[in-house]
Design a protein around this ligand. Sequence first.
Ligand SMILES: *[C@@H]1O[C@H](CO)[C@@H](O)[C@H](O)[C@H]1NC(C)=O
Ligand SMILES: *[C@@H]1O[C@H](CO)[C@@H](O)[C@H](O)[C@H]1NC(C)=O
Ligand SMILES: *[C@@H]1O[C@H](CO)[C@@H](O)[C@H](O)[C@H]1NC(C)=O
Ligand SMILES: *[C@@H]1O[C@H](CO)[C@@H](O)[C@H](O)[C@H]1NC(C)=O
Length: 175
Amino acid sequence: MDQRIAIFAVSVIFSFLVCGEANLAKMTNAVCKSYNESWVVIHYCRLKAYSRTKTSLNINATFIEPAKKIHVHAKMMKRANGYKPFLFDYTLDACLFMRRRNQPFAKIIWNFIRNVSTVNHTCPYEGLQMVSDFHRIEVPVPLPSGEYLLLLDWLFDLKPQFATNVYFTYVEDIA
Ligand SMILES: *[C@@H]1O[C@H](CO)[C@@H](O)[C@H](O)[C@H]1NC(C)=O
Ligand SMILES: *[C@@H]1O[C@H](CO)[C@@H](O)[C@H](O)[C@H]1NC(C)=O
Ligand SMILES: *[C@@H]1O[C@H](CO)[C@@H](O)[C@H](O)[C@H]1NC(C)=O
Ligand SMILES: *[C@@H]1O[C@H](CO)[C@@H](O)[C@H](O)[C@H]1NC(C)=O
């Protein structure tokens, strides 16, 4: 997949992940795991409920060694007799992505995360990493109603180190 399309797809996913009451997108579960505890320790990975239709994501993890080469393998799944691949399965160079803030789609994501996380800088990343109260409401996008799962596998030096997987439901706005 072309990088531009992928960034667009990721930004679309982000934009409806963060939607609140408006279009009835709601994160329903967050599952994080470290594959290598000598590099990444996850302290906290949880959703906070605001209301029946709104939750926020909170992650607190420590990178024990500096991570200089970071890739994110993003895979979208939609539930239909188990979760099946949907829309995109793409690996992004996260360090390159953070350097190119002038890139329009990167900027969308940057704007989502800049105030709610410690990831608002370029590589390397070391020490405490946090995503706090990630719930920002954004422009709704048309997608089929259903249950979704966004699998994010984080690779350092091209080797998987940890995963942050977020389940969510989306109800199409037919109004
Ligand atoms: C696990 O982390 C250690 C410490 O940073 C690193 O040296 C090692 O290469 C990592 N192992 C894998 C399989 O990524
Ligand atoms: C992150 O989690 C650890 C372990 O639960 C905790 O000790 C630390 O205070 C947390 N840090 C922040 C800034 O929330
Ligand atoms: C982030 O915070 C800055 C400064 O407080 C503010 O100007 C900006 O609008 C905020 N951005 C988002 C996306 O909330
Ligand atoms: C990144 O976010 C933190 C916490 O909101 C803020 O203190 C810091 O100034 C931001 N850094 C940049 C480069 O925007």
